[in-house]
Design a protein around this ligand. Structure first.
Ligand code: PLP
Ligand code: COI
Length: 353
């Protein structure tokens, strides 16, 4: 395995940063000046390099186009008041990246390439990390099959890239969700626990149908019985019934979210009662009817904690109450205070770049 004592950096000659309105950032559609690129050839990773952000050229027979071998991660870099740069549990993203790689028969990536590569990229593009409250630099490490051939088998060449995008909120307001009973996101023995591109492509059509009906997102239920709430398109789901915060256990079908597990730890630390167990849809509907359903929210890196305003199920809509001091708001404050270095981090999650 190669080691990356020094990463080659080729800087852009024409920075785009002057064109960016950092006060009005949307999510993930402006890209910073540089990207990290690393190729896997002849059974080994070559040394990564940092180059100006640019299009890539691929052979039409590259297996990514035909068989969808593609995985990604989602992370954020945060800038504190003093200008220091922080990541949140980045080693967990690296671990999950390799779990995804293994499931998709792709080569695992050494930790050093992921972490040292990312740190170097962040130092080069430091000016792209927003300072404004609620904004951050969204980081997208991804890998795909660049090797070619129409044979349906794993490619022999791969590309690992890290690109980033200064971003604001993922959702602009509260989220209204539809509990899905026809389509499934994942199945036992499938790839639901991997951050594989195809998991997301497969959700677009059912999500479009939900959007046409006036919802923003689909809540996936288990593929077998459709009785249990699993997760949303890009978030894990928490339900608060009375004063208990409940989330589904991770499984073959659910992404092991880093925000999810952090929220569980913070909630316990805050003295909130938590349960990790199957959540029956009928239990949530019943709680909505009898007034004990206090909150629902999604949790993820991009979405942070996104409150759910209501849900649809079997052609009926259920509203959630507006709470003054919701668990969601308290947990969001605590996790973002840790991420932006505004408070102590007793968990050791914050990672200085
Ligand atoms: N579930 C899915 C399907 C996701 O895409 C994400 C986003 O990464 C999450 C959950 C939340 O995971 P994390 O908190 O690690 O970002
Ligand atoms: C993230 O939260 O980082 C994700 O990867 C979700 C993504 C689909 C926007």
């Amino acid at each position: 395995m190669n080691s990356i004592a020094q990463i080659v950096v080729e800087k852009t000659k024409s920075s785009k940063i002057g064109q960016v309105d950092f006060d009005h950032l949307s999510f993930g559609n402006i890209f910073s000046d540089h990207m990290l690129v690393c190729d896997y050839r002849n059974g080994a990773w070559e040394l990564p390099k940092i180059i100006p952000y640019q299009p890539i050229s691929l052979d039409p027979a590259s297996k990514i186009f035909h068989y969808g071998q593609s995985i990604f991660e989602g992370m954020k870099a945060y800038k504190d008041k003093e200008g220091s740069i922080w990541l949140f549990r980045p080693l967990d993203n690296h671990k999950r990246f390799n779990i995804s790689a293994k499931r998709m028969a792709m080569p695992e990536l050494p930790e050093e390439f992921f972490l040292e590569g990312l740190k170097t990229l962040l130092r080069v593009d430091e000016a792209w990390i927003p300072k404004k409250e609620g904004s951050s630099l969204y980081i997208r490490p991804f890998m795909f099959a660049s090797g070619k051939g129409f044979h349906a088998s794993p490619a022999d060449e791969y590309k690992f890239i890290i690109a980033s995008a200064p971003s604001g909120a993922y959702f602009s307001g509260k989220v209204k969700v539809l509990i899905e009973e026809t389509y499934s996101r994942s199945a036992n023995g499938g790839v639901g626990y991997a951050k594989a591109g195809g998991n997301y492509a497969g959700q677009f059509y059912p999500t479009q149908l939900a959007i046409q009906k006036g919802y923003n997102q689909v809540i996936w239920t288990d593929d077998n019985t459709h009785e249990y709430i699993e997760e949303a398109g890009a978030m894990n789901i928490f339900v608060r019934i009375k004063d208990t915060l409940i989330t589904a256990p991770t499984s073959d079908r659910i992404l092991d979210g880093i925000t999810r597990k952090s929220i569980l730890d913070i909630a316990k630390d805050e003295g909130m009662q938590t349960e990790v167990r199957k959540i029956n849809v009928s239990e949530v509907v019943e709680a909505a009817k009898n007034g004990t359903l206090m909150e629902m929210f999604g949790a993820g890196t991009a979405a942070v904690i996104s409150p759910i305003s209501g849900f649809g199920y079997r052609n009926k809509d259920y509203e959630l109450p507006e709470l003054a001091n919701s668990y969601g708001a308290r947990l969001k404050k605590r996790i973002t205070d840790i991420q932006y270095n505004r408070t102590e981090d007793p968990f050791g999650w914050r990672y200085r770049v």
